[in-house]
Design a protein around this ligand. Structure first.
Ligand code: GDP
Length: 333
């Protein structure tokens, strides 16, 4: 038999009580593309908003194989042990759009954390554009906080745009790197390094220790060339081993020191406000884009206009104007 869907009030009550089953169901609604689910989700989010915000949000990024799942497992256990409270691990995986599923945030990747009574692990939403996926993760943060999760990790793979999305919803952005072949800095984009509040070189163990230390020095030198961050905080570079649990405490001491520092100088509040503003415009842009591309008249003529541009029969500006004129005309009907 089909389960009856909870009412908005039941969702909100369950979430605020910290009921993880109800929280999970609410997140499923947030991720749903069905308009009727979205309508309920938006109401639930709105009612949860006053109970949200009281957390430390940390973004964790690194290329596949950098050791994110291994690290998040030990990071999670460490913060729960040292600071108590509850931890939610969420993810933004831009590749999930194509592969119709995401492994980021998969419970089985975090063996110990996944069975910890104070943790909640949720894989990346898979439907929609990066912007859409990211918005859903941001909304999920609100629900988790309302459910009493006072530590939020948002994981992403290091491929560029998704880092910007994660950066726009966390208080601290941690970049996991590996020592490579001597030119570690080559593969990493300047913009991503500039976003980092901390860079940590993983797998600093065994034979790899010296290379990890060398990589750390190179990152430190590179960071010196960047303008001073707005936060007033100097990004730290550290080495550690997730696998052997070495240097993990130091990383989290540093992150909590950062949080205290920016709460004191006002930047914490400022960054969160800026993020709210950013997400307001993102939401507007997403709705407008959706409305435009799903308009039947636009759907009917888009491919043809694109062809005409490709064939040089229309300039891109004329094509765009005719599509937009059609769209605005449809709205007036
Ligand atoms: P992810 O793709 O970023 O989530 O990376 P994983 O956590 O799955 O780790 C990728 C591989 O690196 C696995 O084989 C891990 O066992 C290994 N690994 C992770 N952390 C460490 C570490 O601190 N030291 C060493 N030597 N290996 C590690």
């Amino acid at each position: 038999p089909k389960k009856r869907q909870l009412s908005v009030a039941e969702f909100v009550e369950g979430i605020i009580k910290g009921d993880v089953t109800i929280l999970s169901q609410a997140v499923t609604l947030v991720e749903s593309v069905k308009p009727e689910h979205q309508a309920v989700a938006q109401e639930v989010i709105e009612k949860c908003l006053p109970y949200s915000g009281n957390s430390v949000r940390v973004g964790i990024s690194g290329v596949p194989g950098a050791g994110k799942s291994t690290s998040i497992d030990v990071f999670g256990l460490h913060v729960l042990e040292k600071y108590a409270g509850k931890l939610a691990v969420l993810a933004i995986d831009p590749s999930s759009e194509r592969s119709k599923g995401s492994i980021l945030g998969d419970k089985t990747r975090m063996e110990q954390l996944s069975v910890h009574p104070s943790s909640f692990i949720r894989p990346s939403p898979s439907a929609g554009s990066l912007g859409g996926v990211a918005r859903k993760t941001r909304e999920t943060i609100i629900l988790c906080e309302a459910a009493g999760f006072d530590k939020i990790f948002v994981e992403t793979v290091g491929v560029g745009q998704s880092e910007t999305a994660v950066h726009s919803m966390v208080d601290f952005f941690l970049l996991i790197q590996l020592a490579g072949t001597g030119d570690e800095l080559q593969g990493i984009k300047r913009g991503i390094m500039e976003m980092a509040d901390g860079i940590v070189i993983n797998k600093a163990d065994g034979d790899n220790l010296d290379r990890a230390k060398l990589a750390a020095t190179q990152f430190r030198n590179a960071l010196h060339l960047f303008p001073a961050p707005e936060s007033g905080w100097t990004p730290q570079v550290m080495t550690y081993s997730g696998f052997y649990n070495l240097g993990v405490k130091e990383i989290w001491d540093m992150i909590y020191e950062y949080i205290a520092f920016v709460k004191d100088n006002g930047y914490f509040e400022y960054r969160r406000n800026e993020q709210s503003k950013y997400w307001m415009y993102e939401s507007i842009n997403e709705r407008l884009r959706d409305s435009f591309y799903h308009n039947p008249a636009i759907e009917a003529m888009l491919a043809e206009k694109e062809q005409q541009v490709l064939q040089g029969k229309l300039t891109s500006f004329v094509a765009a104007k005719s599509l937009l004129d059609t769209y605005f005309g449809e709205l007036k009907k």
